[in-house]
Design a protein around this ligand. Structure first.
Ligand SMILES: [Ca+2]
Ligand SMILES: [Ca+2]
Length: 176
């Protein structure tokens, strides 16, 4: 019985083959943007997770040392936004501190930088003057905007530009 079934269909005709190729092509063209969107979504999730983890690291450092991980020379001062492409303060939260404690275990690159999934640094706002909030600075929030927390972390997001809808933050800006 299976023999007769095989005989009745000797294989794909050219037209059937073309139809199949056409369908595969159509499916592939539908899949590309879906895959692209999924990849962009997972990068955003990764950035959000990394931003949250940076925030927790700096908060824990502050809890233990009672000042922000800026430099050992200037423990208190104006609020500052540190960037993760600078190794000095990153080394401080990664073990070069009085307690020899690593608060941020994520791996930095060979130059000591820790970049977001789009190759840009994270911006880490620190309440260095200890008034409970972090002031915006230049392109980071601009003047008159504040973060109502002692630590705020921020990535420029997929477009690499500050102040646009795709920015990734651990906070909401509020007006001063
Ligand atoms: Ca402050
Ligand atoms: Ca942006």
């Amino acid at each position: 019985m299976s023999g007769t079934e095989r005989n009745s269909r000797s294989g794909f005709t050219l037209v059937e083959l073309l139809v199949v190729i056409g369908i595969i092509g159509l499916l592939a063209s539908l899949m590309v943007p879906i895959a692209g969107r999924a990849a962009s979504g997972s990068k955003k999730r990764k950035a959000q997770m990394e931003a949250n983890s940076l925030k927790v690291s700096v908060q824990q450092y502050h809890q233990d040392h009672h000042f922000m991980p800026w430099t050992e020379k200037s423990k208190v001062g104006d609020d500052k936004w540190a960037t993760t492409d600078k190794s000095d303060w990153m080394e401080v939260i990664q073990g070069e501190n009085a307690l020899k404690k690593n608060y941020f275990a994520a791996k930095t690159d060979d130059n000591g930088k820790f970049l977001d999934p789009w190759g840009n640094p994270y911006y880490v706002g620190m309440d260095r003057n200890q008034d409970g909030y972090v002031k915006g600075e230049g392109s980071i929030g601009g003047s008159g905007k504040i973060v109502r927390e002692t630590v705020g972390v921020y990535s420029h997001g997929p477009d690499g530009k500050p102040g646009t809808d795709d920015d990734i933050t651990t906070f909401d800006w509020v007006s001063d």
